[in-house]
Design a protein around this ligand. Structure first.
Ligand SMILES: Cc1cc2nc3c(=O)[nH]c(=O)nc-3n(C[C@H](O)[C@H](O)[C@H](O)COP(=O)(O)O)c2cc1C
Length: 401
């Protein structure tokens, strides 16, 4: 995937700059051609010579150090680049790139780059949480820059926090996934995909309902990733809170039975169905036509089972590849494997929603992917978009078997 790709690696002045040396080695091992640019602060942490030896190329540090008469080096590097990586990306470089500032070699070359830019922030947790950094990262994302999620752990400052540079091996994997999502040779081209998202609502009366904590963020991330991989996506959404992804067909539903109806209407023509929605298992047996008035008595609401959509899809499927989700608080593996078999799904994505930063309503997720007769794939904590890429990568590999 990285074979013969021209990678411009920009190193800025963070304590994790030394890890960029290992990153260069790993990128080259994957077949990439790597050229490195460094900020002046980065050179306080690691020398250009290290990168020159590893990359076997001149290291760019000074905008005005023009050694080739017929080339302007920052433009030449920018035009040569297939993918630009900023790792580590300091708060300062992030701020400059987000605002189009070009006052050194790195930021000038980045401003001139039309290739995709992959940003790997690394900094103290308080710098990361600073509203200015939050704003700048949001600007980068809005500008279609890919921002990798920093890791949580023991920081150089001597305390736990979010802001660590992910291990170079993790960065390389994420870059590879990113390349797949950017590729012209799109892996899901011509595939029709149904994705469900959000928590269904089961009415008690006109103003009350039963629902769950699902935000729909995982389903929406899956929808935009599937679209980027070339699929025709129908998103059946039980939430109205999230921004509709461009280029995706959206059908809004409320209840489990509406969701079932919407999925079944398109099921025959689908190649892949991803049931990421949290569907109510029960609904009130009777729905009051008028608001139930408060009284001194206690109130009992009788519940009946809803149709298990995943089970129904599994037991009526033809060639569709069926992906289910299992949000559990305990016995994850046992429940996921049981669900895979009983519902005749092709893949179960399980997450332990009792963990912090995982599952419902969060922006990050950590999942284990189960497929029949194979070892599970563990996807460590990362943004829901990155998790979505990994889910489709595993599904694509399995479908090609
Ligand atoms: C010991 C030390 C460690 C630093 N680590 C980081 C870091 O991990 N992330 C960061 O954003 N800034 C860090 N800084 C601050 C940056 O070096 C500083 O903001 C600098 O201006 C960044 O320049 P650059 O973005 O051009 O590389 C560190 C500074 C020092 C002295």
């Amino acid at each position: 995937m990285l074979e013969n790709k021209n990678v411009a690696l920009y190193v800025s002045g963070g304590i994790a700059a030394y890890k960029a040396a290992d990153l260069v080695r790993r990128l080259i091992k994957q077949g990439a051609n790597v050229k490195v640019g460094m900020t002046a602060s980065a050179m306080e942490f690691i020398t250009p010579l290290t990168f020159q030896i590893l990359s076997k190329h001149h290291v760019y540090t000074d905008t005005f150090d023009e050694r080739e008469e017929d080339k302007v080096s920052h433009i030449h590097l920018a035009d040569w680049t297939d993918i630009a990586i900023i790792a580590p990306a300091t708060a300062n470089v992030i701020a400059k790139v987000a605002n189009g500032i070009a006052d050194d070699f790195v930021t000038t070359a980045l401003l001139a780059t039309t290739a995709p830019i992959f940003v790997v922030p690394a900094m103290n947790s308080h710098m990361l949480e600073n509203p200015a950094t939050v704003r700048n990262l949001a600007t980068l994302r809005a500008d279609n820059r890919f921002v990798m999620e920093p890791e949580t752990g023991f920081l150089a400052e001597g305390y736990e926090g979010k802001g660590r540079l992910p291990e170079p091996s993790t960065i390389v994997e994420s870059v590879k996934q990113f390349i797949v999502s950017q590729q012209l040779d799109l892996p899901l081209k011509h595939k029709r995909i149904i994705i469900t998202a959000g928590g269904t609502k089961e009415r008690i009366d006109p103003v009350r309902y039963i629902t769950n904590d699902s935000s729909g963020k995982m389903g929406y991330s899956l929808a935009s990733v599937a679209r980027d991989m070339g699929a025709h996506v129908l998103l059946i959404s039980a939430t109205k809170q999230l921004k509709r992804p461009l280029g995706v067909d959206v059908v809004e539903v409320d209840s489990a039975s509406e969701m079932l109806e919407a999925v079944m209407a398109e099921y025959d023509s689908a190649d892949i169905v991803v049931m990421a929605a949290a569907v109510s298992d029960y609904r009130p047996k009777k729905q009051a036509a008028k608001k139930i008035k408060k009284s001194d008595e206690s109130l009992t609401i009788e519940l009946e089972k809803t149709t298990d959509i995943l089970y129904q899809l599994g037991h009526t499927k033809k060639n569709q590849f069926l992906i289910g989700f299992a949000a559990e608080t305990n016995n994850l593996e046992v429940y996921a494997k049981e669900k895979l078999e009983r519902k005749k799904a092709d893949m179960i994505v399980a997450n332990d929603v009792s963990k912090a930063d995982v599952g419902f309503n969060k922006d990050t997720n950590e999942v284990t992917i189960f497929i029949p007769n194979s070892e599970p794939t563990i996807v460590s904590i990362r943004s829901k978009k990155e998790v979505a890429i990994e889910i489709f990568n595993v599904a694509i590999k399995q479908m090609r078997r």
